[in-house]
Design a protein. Structure first.
Ligand SMILES: Cc1ncc(C[n+]2csc(CCOP(=O)(O)OP(=O)(O)O)c2C)c(N)n1
Ligand SMILES: Cc1ncc(C[n+]2csc(CCOP(=O)(O)OP(=O)(O)O)c2C)c(N)n1
Ligand SMILES: [Mg+2]
Ligand SMILES: [Mg+2]
Lengths: 336, 331, 331, 336
C-alpha cells in the first residue's frame, strides 16, 4: 500500500488547504444530514461517507473540469469534491424542487451532468459502464477527457465491473476506476465476498484487463491524490485504463439505522487513529501550512455553509405533485 | 388440490411468518438452503431471516458476493442437481442484474430440455413502493417477471397467504418467484398453525360483496380492505379478490366475481401500461364481457419511475383514496 | 407534428432501408456511431450493416467483446456525454444480459436526474419467431421492454416505417429501443425517397375498413394484410392498424378504429399473458367499451417459450389462419 | 502452452483408442449433420465442433459418471464425449419427438441431466453459473463431484463468467472451466475482443479468483486429458476452481452458412496440420497402439453408427403440435 511519499506530488500550500477544506466540508455535510435524518427531516436512505473523505477529495483534485465521473449509493463526498453546491444537494436530500434532481432522485441519485457528475447510483457497480461510455465518448471526440468511476470493494463482484474494464482494456479507454475499500460490503466483510487471492490487493481484479494497478492509503488524501494524478495522466495521454484501490474505513453504519453488529472489537478505534480529519489538519498545522486559528475559522465557515444549506433545503418547496409526470422524456411526462 | 383447511390460527406479522416458514421447511428438508447478500448476520435486507444462520449454520444460510447473476444462476444449477435453493434478491430492481438467468435459463430450462427436469428454485424478492427509496429501489416488478412464460410468480399480501404460498413455493418442483412487499412485512393477521399450503395458481376471494369487484395485490390489497370498509358504510358492497399467484393467473376466480358484480377495479403498483392491471382487465373484459356494466377500471402507476420526494411519490403510488374514487365512478 | 409527407417513393426491402437510413444519419451527424458484436466485417448478425464499416471506418462501426452490459451501459454513458450511439443487440433475448442497464439506468436516468439530461441512445435488436431458432433465440420481447417506463419502444414492420421510425429514433433525444424482426427483414415495399420521419408515438391505419379492426405488429402485420385480402373476398372489410410505437402507445388511433368497427382483434407475438395484446385490449375495452359489439380478441403465443421443432413452433406462432379464424368468430 | 509430455498420463492403450474413437465419432457426426443441414433436412442453427474434438474427448475422459457439465451453442462434441447417444442427438437436431428434448430444444439445447449433462446453451457464458451451482450442490452434499463448464474464448467477456468464478474462488468450489480458444468469437478475432494483457494467455482471467491456471494444446487430446485430469482432481479433493485454456481452431464456419471471410491467408492450412483426426490416428498407428486396419474398421463402425442415427432421426415422428403446451412446469403445460 502506497503512502504519499511514493508519488511525485506537486501540491502547493493552497492545494493542501483546499484538500483539507473539501474533506472538512464533506464531513460537516455528512454529520449534519446524519442528524437531520435522525430527526426524520430527511426521507429515504442515507449512506454516509464519513471516514472516506480523503478518497473523494484526493481523486477529484486530480481532475479537470472537462472530466467525467460516476459515483455510488455513498455519493455525497464525490459530489462535494466535484464542486457541487451543498445547498442544492441538501435540498435534494430533503426531496425539494430546488434539489439537483428537483426532488426526483434523493441521496442515491444526485447528478449534475454539466459539472461532469454523471450521477450517484443505487445499483452496485451501476456507474461503471456509464463511465466506460463517457471514456468511449472522450476517445471518439479526440478529447483528452478522462472518465473516473468511484465504486466500493463490493462492486468488484458484479459483472458490470468486469465487462466495463474488459472493454476499457480492449479499446484502451481513458477510464480510471477508484476502488473504495472500506472493509465491508453492507454488513459483510471482504473475506466473505472475495477469493483469498484478491483479498490482499483488490487491484488484481484489473490484471486481465491490463489496467495500471495502484494501491494506496485511502486515509491519506495526498497519497490518494498522487495515485489518482498518475492514473488520470495515463488516461489523458492514451495510456488506457487504471484501477486504484484506496484502503479506508467507513466510520458510520452501512446506512443510517445499521446496528453495526459486525465490527470487530477494537477495529473502529484502530482505524479512528487514521481519520483524515484528525490527521490531516494536524499535519498541516504541524507543517505550518495552516494555523490552528485559520483552521478553526475554516471550520466555522464550513459550519455556516452547511447550516445555510440545510436552511435552504428546509425552506424550499416540495415539488408540486404534477411534477411527478414531468421529465421522463425530452418532451416531458410519462402518461401513455 | 385446494388450500389445506387448517382450523387453529395464531396472530403473526408477515415478516415473522416468512422466517418461521423458511425455518419449518429447512427443518423438514435438508436440501433447502438460503443464499443471498447479507442473509447471514444481518438476516437479509429487511432482517427477515434473522436467526436462521445460527439455527441452521452458515453452510445453509450463505452470504454471497454482490453478484446477482451468480446468485440466481448458481441457484438454478444447484436446483438441477439435488438441492432446493431459496435465493434472496434484496430489491426487485436487482432482478434485472440476473436478467439472462431469469429470462433465458430459469424460465426456459425445463421446457427446452423436454420437460423432464425438476427445478425446485425459489427466488424471494420484494416490491417496494412508498418508502422514498427512489426509482431504482422503489419498484414493483411482478408484472415484468410474469411476462416470462416459465416463471411462476407469486405475490404475498396477507400473513396466512405468506405461510401457504411460501410453503408451496419451497415444495414446488418449478421455479417460483416470490414477491414480498416492503409495505406488507409488518402487517399482522391470523395464520393457520398446522401445515398450511396454498395452491400456486389459485386466487382468493378475501371479502365477499355484490356491487363491485376490487382485484388488488399486496399493499393495495390492504388499501382495498380499507376502501371496502368505507364503502360498506356508504352502502356499497365490495368483493375483494387477491390473485395471490400472478402467473399462472387464476382468471376463473377473478372472472367469476366480475360476472357476479359486473363492475371491476384492478389495483396494483405496476405501471398502467403493460402492467398487471392491463392483463387482468383484458381477461375480465374478454371473459365477462356480456356481464359488465362498465369498463374495467385500472388503478396503478401512471407510467413513470418512482420519484423520490414524498410529495411526488404520494402522487404516483395508488392509495385508498384512489381506490375509493375509482369505485365511486362505477356505482 | 405528424409524419412528414413525402411524395416520391422507391421500392426497397426492410434490411436495405435500415442500412441506408443508418448511413444517412451517420452522414448527417458525426456523433452517430454503431457498436455491437460483429457489426464490422460481418455487418451485424443479420448482415444488415454490411459496408458501413468500410464507408464510415472502424472507429464509428465498432466491434465489441461479447459483453451486453458494457455495450448498452457504455452506450448510455456516451449518449450522456455528447455522442449518439446506435447499439446492436443481436437477438432480443440478449437484452436480458443488459437487464440492469435497461431497467435501472437507461430508462430511469433522465427522470431520476430531474429531466435535464438528453440521452440520444438507440438500441436496435430483433424479434425472431418462426425460424426454428429455439427458445433463447426465438423470442418476441417488445412487450417486456414496454413494461419499463422510460424506454420508448418501437416495432418496425414496413419498409416505409423503417425509414421513418429509425430516422426518428436516431434523432430522438430519448432512449429508443427499436425492435426489428427476422421475418420482416426481406419484406419489400415503397419507401419515401426524401427526408422521412415518423413521429414516435403515432400509430398508422395501414388499411381502412369498416367491419373489424385488426391491430397487428411486425410479421403479424403482414399476416393481417393477407387475412384482410382473404376476408375482403368474403365481403368482410378489415381495418388494419399498426401501432408502430409500442410505448408510448397511440391509444387514440387504435381506440378510434375500435369505436368505428366495434370489433377488434389484436395480433402480436408476445405471450397472451402480460403481453402487448393484453395491454392494447385493456385500453380498447376501457375506452371503446360502449362501442364494442364483442369482446376484444387476442391472438398470440399461449404462454410457452418458443419450441424448436417446426411442428411445435408452427403451432405456437400465430399465422394468417389464426387471424382469419379469430376475425370470423366476430362477424 | 503445455503439451502432453508435461503431464503424468495414465492412459492405457484402451484409453487411447477410446479417445480416438470419441473424436472420430464426433467428427463423423458433425460432418454428417453438416451435409444434412445443407440438404435442408435439419432446421435452425448448426454450430459445428469440427477441429475441437480433442477438447471434449480429453476433458470428458477425465470425468466420472457422477460429475456434471455444461456446454455451449457448439455442444455436440461435449454430448458425444459425455456418452450421449448419437441417435437421440440426431433426432433432436431433426426436431423429432425421440430427441433428447423431445424436439423442443434442437442443436443448441441438447441436455441429458441424468447423464450429468446440464445442457448446451444458446447464451454465451450461459452455462457457467449453472455449472457453478452444480459445484455448490456438490459441495453442500459432501460429495466429491466436480462441475465442468465448457465455454469459448468469447465467453470470457461476459459478466456471468466473472461472477461465477468469483463465487467459486470465494467458496472454494469444485468448478473446472474449460476455455475452448478457437481463435474467434463468431466472425471476430480474439484481438478485437480481449485486452492485449490477456491475449497470450486467456487463463489470466482466472487469476483474481485464485483459479489454478493451465494452458494446453487443444489439438492434442492427451495434453487436454492431462490438464483436465489435474483440474478435476483438484476440484475433487477440495482444491477449488481451475481454469484451463485449450488452444485450438475451428475448421468450419461459426455456424453453417458463414462465408468465413475473416480467416487469414494460410491460417487454415497451418492449423489443418494439427487436426487431431489426422495426427492422433497417425500417432497411435505409429506407436503400434492400433493398426491401420483396426482404425479403418473403427471408422466403418462409426460411419454405420451415424448413418443409423440419422436414419433413426429421419424415421422418428415430429412431435404432435399439442406437445407444444406440455413440459413447461412439473404439472405440464403453459396455458394460463
Ligand atoms: C445490484 C445491487 N445489488 C445489491 C445492492 C444492495 N447494496 C447496496 S450497497 C451494497 C454494498 C456495497 O458494497 P461496496 O461496493 O463495498 O460499497 P460500500 O457500501 O461499502 O461503500 C449492497 C449490497 C445494490 N444496491 N445493487
Ligand atoms: C449473450 C449472448 N450474446 C451474443 C450471442 C451471439 N453469439 C453466439 S455464439 C457467439 C460467439 C461465441 O464465441 P466463443 O465464446 O469464442 O465461442 P465459439 O463460437 O468460438 O465456439 C456469439 C457472439 C449469444 N449467443 N449470447
Ligand atoms: Mg465497501
Ligand atoms: Mg471462440
Amino acid at each position: 500500500m502506497n503512502s504519499a511519499s511514493e508519488y511525485d506530488l506537486d501540491l502547493s500550500d493552497e492545494d493542501r488547504i483546499e484538500l483539507l477544506r473539501t474533506m472538512r466540508r464533506i464531513r460537516e455535510f455528512e454529520s449534519t444530514v446524519q442528524n437531520k435524518f435522525a430527526d426524520a427531516e430527511i426521507p429515504g436512505f442515507l449512506h454516509l461517507y464519513i471516514g472516506q473523505e480523503a478518497i473523494a477529495a484526493g481523486v477529484c483534485h486530480a481532475l479537470d473540469e472537462r472530466d467525467h465521473l460516476t459515483s455510488t449509493h455513498r455519493g455525497h463526498g464525490h459530489c462535494i469534491a466535484r464542486g457541487l453546491a451543498t445547498d442544492r444537494m441538501a435540498a435534494e436530500l430533503y426531496g425539494k424542487e430546488t434539489g439537483y434532481c428537483r426532488g426526483k432522485g434523493g441521496s442515491m441519485h444526485i447528478a449534475d451532468v454539466e459539472a461532469g457528475m454523471l450521477g450517484a447510483n443505487g445499483i452496485v457497480a451501476g456507474g461503471i459502464p456509464i463511465a466506460c461510455g463517457a471514456a468511449v465518448s472522450a476517445q471518439m471526440r479526440d478529447s483528452d477527457e478522462v472518465a473516473v468511476s468511484f465504486f466500493g470493494d463490493g462492486a468488484l463482484s458484479e459483472g458490470a465491473f468486469h465487462e466495463s474494464f474488459n472493454l476499457a482494456g480492449t479499446w484502451n479507454l481513458p477510464l480510471v476506476g477508484i476502488i473504495e475499500n472500506n472493509q465491508y460490503g453492507e454488513m459483510t466483510g471482504l473475506d466473505e465476498q472475495h477469493p483469498p487471492a484478491a483479498l490482499d490487493d483488490l487491484t488484481i481484479y484489473g490484471e486481465p484487463y491490463g489496467a495500471a494497478r495502484d494501491r494506496v492509503d485511502g486515509m491519506d488524501v495526498e497519497a490518494v491524490y498522487g495515485a489518482a494524478k498518475q492514473a488520470v495522466e495515463r488516461g489523458r495521454t492514451g495510456g488506457g485504463p487504471s484501477l486504484v484501490e484506496c484502503v479506508a474505513y467507513r466510520f458510520e453504519g452501512h446506512h443510517e439505522g445499521d446496528s453495526q453488529f459486525y465490527r470487530d472489537e477494537g477495529e473502529y478505534d484502530e482505524w479512528k487513529q487514521k481519520d483524515p480529519l484528525l490527521t490531516y489538519p494536524e499535519k498541516l498545522i504541524d507543517e505550518g501550512v495552516i494555523t490552528e486559528e485559520e483552521y478553526a475559522e475554516m471550520e466555522a465557515g464550513i459550519e455556516t455553509e452547511i447550516e445555510e444549506a440545510i436552511e435552504f433545503a428546509r425552506e424550499s418547496d416540495l415539488p408540486d405533485p404534477s411534477e411527478a409526470y414531468e421529465g421522463l422524456y425530452s418532451e416531458g411526462g410519462g402518461h401513455a | 388440490m385446494s388450500a389445506t383447511t387448517a382450523t387453529e390460527t395464531e396472530e403473526a406479522a408477515v415478516r415473522d411468518v416468512i422466517n418461521a416458514t423458511l425455518a419449518q421447511e429447512m427443518e423438514r428438508d435438508d436440501s433447502v438452503y438460503i443464499q443471498g447478500i447479507d442473509v447471514a448476520g444481518r438476516g437479509g435486507t429487511s432482517n427477515i431471516l434473522k436467526g436462521l444462520d445460527d439455527r441452521f449454520g452458515r453452510d445453509r444460510v450463505r452470504n454471497t458476493p454482490i453478484s446477482e447473476e451468480a446468485m440466481v444462476g448458481s441457484g438454478l444449477g444447484a436446483a438441477a442437481t439435488g438441492m432446493r435453493p431459496v435465493v434472496e434478491v434484496m430489491y426487485c430492481g436487482f432482478l434485472a442484474e440476473a436478467g439472462d438467468e431469469l429470462l433465458n435459463q430459469v424460465a426456459k430450462m425445463r421446457y427446452m430440455f423436454g420437460g423432464k427436469l425438476d427445478l425446485p428454485l425459489v427466488i424471494r424478492t420484494k416490491n417496494v413502493m412508498g418508502a422514498n427509496a427512489a426509482a431504482q429501489h422503489s419498484q414493483s416488478l411482478h408484472h415484468w417477471m410474469a411476462a416470462i412464460p416459465g416463471l411462476k410468480v407469486v405475490c404475498i399480501s396477507t400473513p396466512a397467504d405468506t405461510k401457504g404460498l411460501l410453503t408451496a413455493a419451497v415444495r414446488s418442483d418449478d421455479p417460483v418467484l416470490l414477491f414480498e412487499h416492503g409495505g406488507v412485512y409488518n402487517k399482522s393477521g391470523p395464520v393457520p398453525t398446522g401445515d398450511h399450503v396454498c395452491e400456486i395458481g389459485e386466487a382468493a376471494v378475501e371479502r365477499e360483496g355484490g356491487d363491485v369487484t376490487v382485484v388488488a395485490t399486496q399493499q393495495q390489497l390492504w388499501n382495498a380492505f380499507e376502501a371496502a370498509d368505507t364503502l360498506a358504510e356508504e352502502g356499497v358492497s365490495v368483493e375483494v379478490v387477491s390473485p395471490r399467484t400472478i402467473s399462472p393467473l387464476d382468471t376463473e376466480t377473478i372472472v367469476e366475481s366480475a360476472r357476479k358484480t359486473g363492475r371491476c377495479v384492478v389495483v396494483d403498483e405496476s405501471p398502467l401500461s403493460y402492467g398487471t392491471q392491463s392483463h387482468i382487465a383484458a381477461e375480465i373484459s374478454e371473459q365477462a364481457f356480456f356481464s359488465l356494466d362498465f369498463p374495467v377500471q385500472r388503478v396503478g402507476v401512471k407510467n413513470v419511475p418512482t420519484p423520490f420526494s414524498p410529495s411526488l411519490e404520494d402522487e404516483v403510488v395508488p392509495d385508498t383514496d384512489d381506490i375509493l374514487e375509482t369505485v365511486r365512478t362505477l356505482v
